[in-house]
Design a protein around this ligand. Sequence first.
Ligand SMILES: Nc1ncnc2c1ncn2[C@@H]1O[C@H](COP(=O)(O)OP(=O)(O)OP(=O)(O)O)[C@@H](O)[C@H]1O
Length: 423
Amino acid sequence: MASTIGETGKGTKSTQSGQSGAKKLKKTKEGTSVEDKIETKDDEGSITDDIRNADFYHGLIPKTDAEALLKKEGDFVLRKTEHNSGVIVLCISVKTDGEKVKHFVINTDTNKSYFIDPAHKETSVSNLINFYKSSKTPLSAASNAKLKKAIERPPWGINHDAIFIVKKLGQGAFGEVYLAEYVSEKGRERVAVKTMKGEASRDARNKFLKEARMMRKYDHRNVVKILGVAVHEHPLMIVMECCEGGAMCSYLKKNGKTMPMKEKNRFVAEAAEGLAYLEKQQCIHRDIAARNCLLSGKANTVKISDFGMSDDKAILHDDTLEKVPVKWLAPEVLQDRIYSLKSDVWAFGVLVWEIYSNGAEPYPGLTRLQTRAKIVLTDYRMKMPDDTPGEIAKIAIQCWEKNADKRPSLSGILPDLKKLADK
Ligand SMILES: Nc1ncnc2c1ncn2[C@@H]1O[C@H](COP(=O)(O)OP(=O)(O)OP(=O)(O)O)[C@@H](O)[C@H]1O
């Protein structure tokens, strides 16, 4: 019997090998000394050499990403996935004639034979795939899933080998964020690389790669661009445009007191521009704050980043309240955990407050618990810093309307904010 995900054949062992990436010291053309290749490691129960570099091998891409690549009946990819109890296995995902995508675990036995159905074994994974493809034998009788066309890695599938780490930039929720150089057909470019530690759970990995999936949809000068993901080995990496100016809140803390007002007004307008774009895409970001606005290039252009909590559902009910940024949350989120585009509008109001208070922590002197109580029970609102331009303060206060429906939209306030920034 063929074993699909969730019903692997008992008494069999999944494909195994495992390999460690080499450490190298490299120099760039420009003479910049690149510190190191990050040490990479394949999963223990993992890949065999015959298919390691195959175009249709997609590494640890999540099921959702694999399914999106399979358009026609018979389209298939080879990928790694976490099977029962944290074991990483190889699997074939294939579109069936019933339009569904089915996932089949590749098993191996003590003789190092590879098989889906024990009735047919081969000496390598590539031979096994070739057999099913050329003979048009279904992977299982029940599914009638046949391998017709191997789907190549999409342009956003990046090799770990193409990434050269320069230095650490910061700490993310799942692992370090590095400044790196990415070598592609286009040449060598500076990028930021968010990493995820190897021992992370399937849940954490899906969350990490969901951020990449969300980012792939967006293309705007005020939103951090993703270049791709490296998922063949550990650590998993999200490769994105690098904003060397760092987080806006750090910049404000350092330079806020001496910054021209015009620059602060521009920060507001550019953040609003990125957010109005995301609003149009129906993206609820859920973590709008100065720490998640990065600054890029000589002009310190504002770019919205950190899509780790974002979603494209119109309204989102999230009961987990795990690690939530209480001081940026709207009353309906604090009370009922209801996120919407309008809860992002509330957070934008708090971001405006941060900009004119030079990166101070919102609700100064209040704990998270006190803040929550004052907003929910007494409708408390912060006073905008004294030197906030009047019209901008007015807009920020509208963003803090108790009734979410009465809050303006980002696209509605953008023209005024742009006009004020150009003054
Ligand atoms: N594209 C980038 N360019 C430059 N620096 C970056 C970039 N992305 C992230 N960083 C740096 O890495 C830090 C951590 O990144 P980020 O906040 O996105 O990680 P995270 O995993 O979402 O963490 P958390 O959820 O705790 O905020 C940022 O504060 C910033 O200093």
